[in-house]
Design a protein around this ligand. Sequence first.
Ligand code: NAP
Length: 251
Amino acid sequence: MTHTIPGNYNPAPDLLAGKTILVTGAGDGIGRAAALSFASHGATVVLLGRTVAKLESVYDEIELAGGPQAAIFPMDLAVAGGEQCAELATAMTDTFGALDGLLHNASVLGERRPIESSTYAGWQEVMQVNVNAQFLLTRHLLPLLRAAPSASIVLTSSGVGRKGRAFWGAYAVSKFATEGFMQVLADELENTSEVRVNSLNPGATNTAMRRTAYPSETPTDNPAPADIMPAYLYLMGDDSKGVNGQALSVR
Ligand code: NAP
């Protein structure tokens, strides 16, 4: 059955109290807003990203707002392998024992040009960060997600991950792969565990990535990351229990 995110969703202030949620790319853009929003609704947030100073700034902001103490896990997804993901899983097991939410948000845009003139190095970097790292993290964190009473995995999609468009190259293909990964995993977990898996297209949002992809736009014509957080909260909290295998959109 096709599901949509309730348009007027109004999360309870303590929606995520007691939950531990890992956010990739938590230092900037949508990931940063998601980390702050999850913490302000009671979650202990694990901030994963490649630029430590940005993660520290999010950590400080959560502390200043009186949220649960966050954790920082620096990782460059362009080079991370199974060993580093296994280390993360061990550290998470020792510290938290379970994981209630995993937001795969980090991505790179890559080259915006025709396939004919795209470079293999550019193609590989996008696939590594947007697809391969997502697999590795999920593969190693699944036992922790299974250990939670009800866990949610959210994979970040895009309009060009649902309908291909010229000059979106590896990025579009990586988002189609993300949708495929979501479907396979959701089907595997259906009826066998309390872990739900869905994809979410945030839509045009005023971030560095969007400004790079559309330099001629007026950035403030698009919603700020904070404006689209109800959809993220809905998927991370128990109000979306039972929603599985869905390709969802913020708007
Ligand atoms: P963004 O502002 O560029 O932020 C991307 C985040 O990913 C940053 O925190 C970045 O870290 C991190 N990241 C990139 N490469 C990484 C790596 N190798 N290792 C670890 N972290 C890495 O992008 P955004 O607009 O917030 O995008 C968030 C998600 O939404 C992405 O999946 C994107 O495809 C999707 N999306 C966005 C839009 C939009 O309009 N903004 C529309 C559709 C889909 P640094 O800050 O350290 O670089």
